[in-house]
Ligand binder design. Structure first.
Ligand SMILES: CC(C)(COP(=O)(O)OP(=O)(O)OC[C@H]1O[C@@H](n2cnc3c(N)ncnc32)[C@H](O)[C@@H]1OP(=O)(O)O)[C@@H](O)C(=O)NCCC(=O)NCCS
Length: 153
């Protein structure tokens, strides 16, 4: 069963997504992650969402052509119109019985927009588990700091 406020998509990596040595381009994976973040935030908010920020992108493992990739996006924080989605990518080698391994992770901040393209208030997120509460608190502090710094950007 899918976790609450989370979605997952899976696909097999193709040669057109890779370099001549078979390594999948980082940008290909980031595009998948952005799509998943958008889908998770759009499903949560029932609104059009755009990407405002990407933090803490980590490339932990190489991904090769033929890998079975699963990308999961989970809403971990909601402000007024902003929605932070924790995105992780797992890869599996289907030629073995090995377990999926985490290959990438990142945090995407999406902003819900109304029909005029202005930021739109979305329903509050009530974190339930201890892990949800911790992720919410970390994100809340980060977004408060970002707002404080915004005037200098
Ligand atoms: C995202 C965007 C709509 C925000 O517009 P804005 O005028 O800054 O709106 P606001 O200042 O009212 O901010 C709206 C919310 O977004 C958050 N936000 C805006 N820019 C942010 C940033 N760079 N990082 C994190 N959060 C951000 C604000 O903190 C605020 O959150 P809250 O409503 O939960 O309190 C605007 O910057 C935009 O359209 N950016 C381009 C988005 C896009 O096209 N993405 C695809 C790129 S190819």
């Amino acid at each position: 069963m899918t976790e609450k406020n989370a979605i997952t998509i899976s696909q097999i990596m193709m040669p057109y997504q890779a370099n001549i040595a078979g390594n999948v381009h980082g940008g290909e994976i980031l595009k998948i992650m952005d799509n998943v973040a958008g889908a998770a935030a759009g499903k949560y908010s029932r609104a059009n969402v755009v990407t405002a920020r990407v933090d803490e992108v980590q490339f932990l493992l190489p991904i090769y052509v033929g890998a079975f990739l699963s990308c999961t996006g989970k809403v971990v924080y909601v402000g007024n119109s902003s929605i932070e989605v924790m995105v992780s990518v797992d890869v599996e080698d289907l030629s073995t019985e090995g377990e999926p391994r985490k290959a990438l992770s990142a945090f995407f901040t999406m902003v819900a927009l109304d029909r005029s393209g202005r930021p739109k208030k979305v329903k509050p997120l009530i974190p339930e588990t201890d892990e949800d509460k911790e992720l919410f608190e970390i994100a809340e502090k980060k977004h408060q700091d970002i707002k404080k710094k915004k005037k200098y950007n």
